[in-house]
Every structure is written in C-alpha cells, then in structure tokens.
Ligand binder design. Structure first.
Ligand SMILES: [Zn+2]
Length: 234
C-alpha cells in the first residue's frame, strides 16, 4: 500500500515537473503566460498602449519591411480614435489583444469593472473590423487571482512577459537592446510600447534588434501562435 502511494506521488511530481518545463503559466482560471519553454527559436514581440497614428504606423512599417508578425495590446479609447491603424494592423497579419478600454489600474478594479473594460474594447474592435480578441494584458502587468479569473470567465488568456525593454521609462536605444539581449531565449515574450507619452526610442531600437535577432536564428510569431505551439495545436 505504501509502495502504491509512493508510486502515485512520484507520478504526480513527474507530471507537475513536466508541465513546468513547458510553460510558466497556470495561476488560475484560464492561463496566465509570462513566456514559454521551447527548443524552437521562436519569440513574440508585443506592443502596448496604442494604437497611435504615428508610432504604431512606424512600427508597422518596420515589421513589414522585415516580414515580422507581432501582437498589439490595444486600449479601447485609442482604437476608437485611430480605427484605420487597427484595420492596417490586422490587414498585415498581426494579432490584436485587449488592454482594457481606459487603461485602468488593475489594483483596485473590481471583477465587474474589469469585465466592463474588456467588453467595451471588444465592442469597439468588433465595430471597426468584426474582430474578437482572445488575449488580455492587464495594464502595468498587474494580475491578481481575481483579475485572472474575471478575464478567464470571458475566455481570455492573460499575457504578461519575461522581457521588459523599459521603453515606457524612456530607455535609450542601447539600453533597450541590452534588456533584450540579456533576457532573450526561445519562447520569450518581449514587452514594448507603441505609445509612450513623450520621447520613445522603441522604433530606433527595433531597427537594430530585428535584424540582429534574425541573424541569431530567431523567428517572430504572434502570441497566439506561441500558445498554439504550447498546446500542440500546430
Ligand atoms: Zn499599458
């Protein structure tokens, strides 16, 4: 009997370790992903807080020139203001995620208010292009269990990151590149911003980083592509 129990415990431990080897998700509800663990050299560039008529378009130009796909976590009020940028983003094969309607701080937000924020942005996106996002990134990366559960109830996976370029803090090009080069590994999710109040070095950093990462053998995919690879759907 003891032997059977010990065997069962061992099987559980092995199963838990196997899951850990493939993704650092699983907080509650659906899934909360920071990154993925894979042997394939795939990474996801993500951009928050847009769309913005100048910067998002500049970033889309660079991505297009390099044939790179990315994921944009948009704010509902910005999408209302710049619907053409949303249409361009989707037309060029990128993914769009939900970053709330008002970029509300998550810390004090009730589950009900969060659902309103998510659904309002869904309505905006649907009106612009009949698009329904599947990914949610909480502003400032704040994700409590109740936030994850509320998002999960609306069928969202919560997407955080393992590399913060600190472009939001006006990091210079060299510093942004350093953040990426020190943290990069297969399965990484990299946080950039396509809208920052004031100066931003994001565009200039991308011009250097994308060719360097490509030369290093990395392939750029959307976050949903990473999730599908993780779930064995591709
Ligand atoms: Zn944000």
């Amino acid at each position: 009997m003891h032997k059977l129990r010990a065997t069962l415990i061992l099987i559980c431990v092995i199963a838990a370790l196997t899951l850990c080897l493939h993704a650092d998700d699983s907080r509650s509800a659906r899934s909360v992903f920071y990154s993925f663990f894979t042997d394939e050299k795939v990474i996801a560039l993500t951009f928050d807080d847009g769309p913005h008529k100048y910067r998002t378009n500049e970033i889309l130009d660079i991505l297009s020139e390099n044939d790179v796909k990315a994921t944009f976590f948009v704010v509902g009020v910005m999408a209302e203001e710049y619907p053409d940028v949303i249409r361009r983003t989707l037309a060029e094969g990128h993914e769009i995620g939900n970053h709330t309607y008002n970029h509300s701080k998550m810390k004090k937000l009730s589950a009900e208010k969060l659902k309103y924020e998510l659904e309002r942005t869904e309505e905006v996106l649907f009106e612009i292009c009949e698009y329904r996002p599947k990914l949610f990134r909480p502003p400032e990366g704040w994700c409590s269990d109740s936030i994850a559960s509320a998002a999960g109830e609306l069928d969202y996976d919560v997407i955080l990151w393992n590399i913060d370029t600190l472009d939001w803090a006006h990091n210079e090009v060299g510093k942004i590149c350093e953040c990426v080069s020190t943290g990069i590994r297969p399965g990484s999710i990299i946080l950039f911003h396509d809208y920052v109040s004031g100066d931003s070095s994001t565009v200039d950093a991308l011009k250097l980083l994308i060719p360097e990462l490509k030369a290093d053998g990395y392939r750029f995919v959307t976050v949903s592509e990473l999730i599908n690879m993780h779930r064995g759907m591709t």
